[in-house]
Design a protein around this ligand. Structure first.
Ligand code: CTP
Length: 399
């Protein structure tokens, strides 16, 4: 019951993700919160007030007054009642209005008059999300002190794939819990994270790489920052961006560059999470000119790259925590345990490529965490954001 005694006003705007609001209300009530719901007229097309009233055990607020008896729904009173105004889903339209002070429904007048903190969970199609007008509105809302629960990337209701899917109700609930847990657990800690693939050049137009998307590492960096940590994200080539200002990103291309960035910065960090899929080998020769087609076979001789995690394990001080990943296709547990030893890790996150929905290009992951003394915790298949919360919680326990 982590939200006992908290009054949460849930604002629901008209997007398809509104159906998830029912789960969100249930989760919040389960954690002991009092929940009231204010919704727009359009939101009622996606989820019925009856469902939400039943789950929240409170009448749903839509209109400025009840047309039957003229009773006034005071947006000022609702705002004063709330400890937090959580707007989920927040559509581009409603966010645009909030950013510019337009108040043409109860949800919006409540937004303008609320004195409590406001959190928003945006939802929309990827192109709408990326439109400069929307991105600018989000920046404006952030400048008002509103907290954005970032949307996830994945398949959208339109069938398109990209960023814009509302964060899962579980993630939003976790954010709300964190928000109320007065102390950010990693405040004043600095954590290094490696993420993404590395590219090892063969010639100016070709490289050896791998399928890592970087999503897991970026989710970890965001979660660390949410917990108050200063994060140094050493990232191989990805298309991902970071949103939390506590994250400083160093872009690298090759394993050697990642090694240099990690080793040079580790000494003033409290810990490191090595989520990058580092290429184990690089071509001995990198050609200055593009290799031309020839009649004979082309042999590329490879030599090993340095092991970044092992080097950090080597220079690690007593009070620094080092976390590795193991992506295995066979003998998972045995191989993972060997890596804890060989790289002097405090714990390792094992994900098996055998698991459906886990691994490189998915938005979900299924992990086990194994520590130095062979404690094993198995987790369910979850979104990478939720997996990041589990990994960061494990790290917090080690400090
Ligand atoms: N790692 C690293 N530098 C490397 C190789 C791996 O920092 N050159 C890190 C990874 O980021 C991960 C852990 O070491 O946290 C294990 O990576 P993995 O590829 O599973 O293991 P390897 O040591 O490369 O061993 P193998 O490929 O033989 O399984």
């Amino acid at each position: 019951m982590k939200l006992k005694g908290k009054n949460i006003l849930l604002g629901i705007t008209g997007g398809i993700a509104a159906y998830k609001a029912a789960i969100l209300v249930r989760l919040l009530v389960k954690e002991g919160a009092q929940v009231k719901v204010v919704m727009t007229k359009l939101a009622k097309e996606f989820i019925t007030p009856l469902t939400l009233a039943t789950l929240s055990k409170n009448p749903i607020l839509v209109e400025f007054f009840d047309p039957e008896n003229g009773q006034w729904n005071s947006h000022v009173d609702i705002g004063l009642w709330s400890d937090l105004y959580m707007i989920a889903p927040a559509t581009a339209n409603s966010m645009g209005k909030m950013a510019h002070g337009i108040a043409d429904n109860l949800l919006l007048t409540t937004y303008l008059s609320a004195r409590c903190p406001v959190m928003l969970a945006p939802t929309m199609d990827l192109d709408m999300y990326q439109h400069p007008a929307n991105l600018k509105n989000i920046e404006i809302l952030k400048s008002y002190g509103n907290i954005i629960v970032e949307p996830e990337s994945g398949e959208l209701a339109s069938g398109l794939v990209g960023k814009g899917r509302m964060a899962e109700p579980e993630v939003i609930t976790e954010r709300i819990i964190e928000f109320f847990s007065s102390k950010k657990k990693l405040k004043s800690k600095k954590i290094l994270v490696t993420a993404g693939p590395t590219f090892e050049p063969i010639d100016p137009v070709r490289f050896i790489g791998n399928y890592s998307s970087g999503k897991m590492g970026y989710a970890i960096a965001e979660e660390l920052a949410t917990q108050g940590a200063e994060v140094l994200l050493v990232s191989g080539p990805t298309h991902l961006e970071v949103s939390n200002p506590l994250i400083k990103k160093i872009k690298v291309q090759t394993a050697q560059e990642m090694y240099d960035a990690a080793v040079n910065n580790f000494s003033d960090c409290d810990g490191a999470i090595m989520s990058a899929a580092v290429a184990d080998f690089k071509p001995v020769t990198q050609y200055d000119q593009k290799i031309k087609r020839g009649k004979d076979d082309l042999k590329i001789i490879l030599e090993p790259n340095k092991d970044i995690a092992a080097e950090l394990g080597n220079i690690k001080k007593e009070n620094q925590i080092l976390v590795g990943f193991a992506l295995e296709t066979n003998n998972e547990l045995e191989n993972a345990k060997k890596k804890i030893q060989n790289k002097n890790l405090d714990f390792i996150v094992l994900n098996s490529l055998k698991e459906e929905g886990a691994g490189f290009e998915h938005d979900t992951n299924k992990i086990s965490i194994i520590d130095k003394i062979d404690n094993i915790t198995n987790f369910e298949l979850k979104s990478k954001q939720e997996v990041a919360i589990d990994i960061v919680n494990e790290l917090i326990k080690k400090f």
